[in-house]
Design a protein around this ligand. Structure first.
Ligand SMILES: Nc1ncnc2c1ncn2[C@@H]1O[C@H](COP(=O)(O)OP(=O)(O)OP(=O)(O)O)[C@@H](O)[C@H]1O
Ligand SMILES: [Mg+2]
Length: 357
């Protein structure tokens, strides 16, 4: 599902930009502050209805403008083309697909985007919430029933925590039932996903790190060998004391091991980056196995993260992937030997605009 046309209005230093990308590798070259990251940010916003650079989307609106607009034509695997659009002003976000008003989740399904940028490599060191969000994005694209189950679980959790805080124990039973029902479903989806992801991740970790002793260990957020209802009952006094639910899928996490040692305590910084790269690309690969949906990969600042050998390994891998990729760099030399790539397009980014070759 490549983007065949992208239009951006009033996003950071981009006033009006129109791009016709190629279906495979798009190399975006430009000086510092030319607008390369802003261009990737536009694609990310169009997919996730949020930015990866700021928590408030309105901060991405160009200083001179009351709103930003991003629209694109996206071709699906079956050949049909949809027009996706998002408009953000200081107050609200409006989403359209083929002129119809739609929800954020519709955009995210229509345009799955995996972003790899300097902060993505902090996944191993970040808190469990970041890893859960990472995992859940993959599951969201893997199974359409994950989102409704996750929403129902989150609602039950919110209600239960509110009751715990105000010590309204009579109503707890009703929300316990919902929490258990959807919590178990959410956990099952996560476990199934990890099982599917594991071999793809291993293959990629082997490619990037030449190591086959990598392991991904998932923890559910409670001892899932035991009955969740029993655990909640056992936790009740503690939950009431602290005013929140201690056990459940909202405490889930995963750890990566290399040679049975915790990767984040053992691997070099560079190896950790390669491991995270393998994990992020494993998600993409798994997503792409679902023929209706293809993922777009955004890589910001290629050189900041990888040495020449690993960069060329990555580019070789991306070139054989049936996937549209956008990569930024400050010069073409940073990509190394381009003759190994089949289909790619170079765009020069200058002062918030691109030169279309
Ligand atoms: N809301 C905004 N309105 C206008 N300009 C902005 C806004 N936010 C940021 N900018 C400016 O937009 C310019 C482009 O930033 P961007 O991060 O896209 O550059 P870049 O090409 O990725 O640079 P680098 O190579 O340093 O990463 C910067 O000069 C930045 O200060
Ligand atoms: Mg940048």
């Amino acid at each position: 599902m490549p983007l065949i046309k992208l239009d951006i209005f009033s996003l950071r230093n981009i006033q009006a930009l129109s791009l016709t990308p190629c279906p495979q590798l798009n190399l975006l070259i430009g000086a510092n502050a030319s607008g390369k990251s802003s261009l990737l940010e536009a694609i990310f916003i169009l997919s996730r209805s949020r930015s990866f650079r700021t928590s408030q989307l309105k901060q991405a609106i160009g200083f001179e403008s009351p709103e930003l607009i991003i629209s694109a034509q996206n071709r699906y695997q079956n050949g049909s083309v949809a027009t996706l659009g998002i408009r953000v002003d200081g107050k609200q976000t409006e989403i359209r697909i083929d002129q119809q008003h739609r929800q954020r989740a519709d955009l995210a399904y229509a345009l799955p985007v995996q972003l790899i940028h300097p902060k993505s490599y902090q996944l191993l060191d970040a808190g469990p919430q970041t890893r859960r969000e990472f995992l859940d994005w993959g599951i969201f694209n893997h199974h359409p029933l994950f989102l409704p189950a996750w929403r129902s679980f989150s609602k039950a959790l919110q209600q239960r925590n509110a009751l715990l805080k105000t010590r309204q124990t009579q109503q707890l039973m009703a929300w316990n039932k919902e929490l258990i029902q959807y919590g178990i479903v959410v956990n099952q989806f996560r476990q199934q996903y990890i099982t599917a992801l594991q071999p793809v991740f291993l293959e990629l970790a082997n490619y990037f790190l030449a190591s086959s002793s990598i392991e991904l260990r998932f923890s559910s957020g409670w001892d899932d060998q035991r009955d969740y209802a029993e655990i909640l009952a056992g936790d009740l006094m503690r939950d009431l004391k602290y005013g929140f639910t201690h056990s459940g899928p909202h405490r889930a996490d995963f750890l990566t091991f290399h040679d049975k040692r915790l990767a984040k305590d053992y691997l070099s910084r560079g190896q950790q980056k390669l491991l995270m790269l393998a994990l992020m690309l494993a998600q993409v690969s798994l997503l792409n196995q679902n023929a209706a949906n293809r993922c777009i990969i955004l890589i910001d600042d290629l050189s900041a993260e990888l040495d020449l050998e690993n960069k060329s390994k990555l580019l070789k891998y991306l070139a054989q992937l049936e996937c549209q990729v956008f990569i930024t760099a400050t010069s073409l030399e940073e990509f190394g030997d381009l003759s190994v790539l089949n289909q790619y397009q170079v765009f020069h980014v200058k002062q918030g605009d691109v030169e279309q070759p």
